[in-house]
Design a protein. Structure first.
Length: 347
C-alpha cells in the first residue's frame, strides 16, 4: 500500500531535499511524495491561527493535505482547524528544533504524532556565536562600517580602543546545551577560562572544560558573556540593567539564542556609557529589526538578521532527522524525537 507524504519546504530546505531524504529513510516502502514550497525567508513567517513561526495559511494546508498521511515541513502550520479537516493525517514532522508551528495538544486529540529535529543547527549556531564574539571583541563592526564609508580610523590602535583576545579571557556562558557546550569546547581550546551557569547541566559534562557558577558570579567575573538559554517564564528578560551593571566595565555581550532573554534598551544605554564595550546580536525582541531601533546606531555592535542557524549543512541535517522519523513510523518503530509519544506506540 502506498503512503502519501507532503513535503512542504521553502527556499532554505527545498521540498526536493525533504523528498529525497524521505525516500532514502523509507527504503523500499512505496511512497507518493507531493511537494509544496513556501516563500520563506523572502516572506517572513508569523502566527497562523494559534501557532507561531509558521508559513502559509490554514486553507492552503487543508487543500494540500487531503489524503496525506505524513506531513513533513519546516514552517508549515498544524492547527486545530487543519487537523479537523485532514482525517488521513497520522504523522507531522517539523524540521525545527522544537514543534513551535504545531498545536501539539490538538494533534494528540486527533491522534497525530508530532516530531521535530533537536540539535539540527547546533554547530552552525555555535560557529556564528563565536563569529560575533570575536567580531565584537575586536571592534570589527565599527571598523568595517568606517572603511565602507571611506574613513581610515588609525585611532582604533589606541590602547583604549583596542579589542581584547580570547586567550586568557574569562567567558561566561548562560546555558550549556547543544550549542553552549560546543562554544565552550572551542573557547577552552583557544585558552579562555570558561564559566557556565545552567541549573540542568551535569557536573561530569563540565569536567576539565568549564566551571559551573551562580549567575551573579558569572556576570561579575566574565569579560565576555554569551546567552544560550531557552525562553521560559524564568529566563524571559533575565539580563537587564542590574545584570549588565554587575559585569566588569568594558565587557562584551553576545546573544544568538532568543531576543526575549535580554533588555535591549539597557544594552544600548550600557554601550553609550561604556559599561559595555561591544556586543554581538543575531536575535532581537522584534524581527525584522525596526528602522528606528537604537541598536542600529549604538557603538560597538555587530548585528546579523537571525541567520545563526542557517547553513547548507543544517538544511541537510534537518531533512535527515525528520526523514528518519518517517522511516521509523513506516517500520512501526518507536519515534525518537516525538512531542506526544503516547499517540503512536510502536506497532
Amino acid at each position: 500500500m502506498t503512503t502519501t507524504v507532503l513535503a512542504a519546504g521553502n527556499h532554505f530546505i527545498h521540498p526536493d531535499l525533504f523528498r529525497r531524504a524521505v525516500h532514502e529513510a523509507a527504503g523500499d516502502a512505496p511512497l507518493d511524495v507531493r511537494e509544496l514550497r513556501f516563500d520563506w525567508p523572502h516572506t517572513p513567517f508569523g502566527p497562523v491561527a494559534e501557532v507561531i513561526e509558521a508559513s502559509g495559511s490554514e486553507d492552503e494546508m487543508i487543500e494540500a493535505l487531503q489524503g496525506v498521511e505524513i506531513y513533513v515541513t519546516e514552517h508549515g502550520p498544524l492547527t486545530e482547524r487543519i487537523l479537523a479537516h485532514c482525517p488521513d493525517l497520522k504523522l507531522f514532522c517539523t524540521s525545527r528544533g522544537g514543534p513551535v508551528n504545531a498545536n501539539v495538544e490538538a494533534a494528540t486529540r486527533h491522534g497525530v504524532a508530532v516530531c521535530y529535529a533537536p540539535g539540527r543547527n547546533a554547530t552552525a549556531t555555535a560557529e556564528h556565536t563565536l563569529t560575533l564574539m570575536l567580531a565584537a571583541a575586536r571592534g570589527v563592526g565599527d571598523t568595517h562600517t568606517d572603511l565602507r564609508r571611506g574613513v581610515w580610523r588609525g585611532d582604533y590602535y589606541d590602547y583604549d580602543n583596542c579589542g581584547i583576545e580570547i586567550d586568557g579571557a574569562t567567558v561566561g556562558l548562560i546555558g550549556f546545551g547543544a550549542i553552549g557546550s560546543r562554544v565552550a569546547r572551542v573557547l577552552a581550546a583557544m585558552g579562555a577560562e570558561v564559566l557556565v551557569h545552567d541549573p540542568y547541566v551535569r557536573p561530569e559534562a563540565l569536567a576539565g572544560l568549564a566551571e559551573q557558577v551562580p549567575l551573579d558570579a558569572l556576570l561579575r567575573r566574565s569579560r565576555i558573556v554569551s546567552l544560550h538559554a531557552r525562553v521560559t517564564e524564568e529566563t524571559r528578560g533575565m539580563i537587564g540593567r542590574e545584570e549588565i551593571a554587575a559585569m566588569p566595565r568594558g565587557a562584551i555581550l553576545v546573544n544568538c539564542a532568543r531576543g526575549a532573554l535580554l533588555d535591549y534598551d539597557a544594552v544600548c544605554d550600557a554601550l553609550d556609557s561604556g559599561q559595555l564595550s561591544g556586543a554581538g546580536f543575531d536575535v532581537f525582541p522584534k524581527e525584522p529589526l525596526p528602522a528606528g531601533s537604537r541598536l542600529l546606531t549604538a557603538p560597538g555592535v555587530v548585528l546579523t538578521p537571525h541567520i545563526a542557524g542557517g547553513s547548507q549543512e543544517v538544511a541537510h541535517k534537518a531533512a535527515r532527522i525528520v526523514a528518519a522519523e518517517v522511516g521509523r513510523y513506516l517500520r512501526g518503530e518507536p519515534l525518537v524525537h516525538c512531542a506526544n509519544p503516547g499517540v503512536f506506540p510502536a506497532r
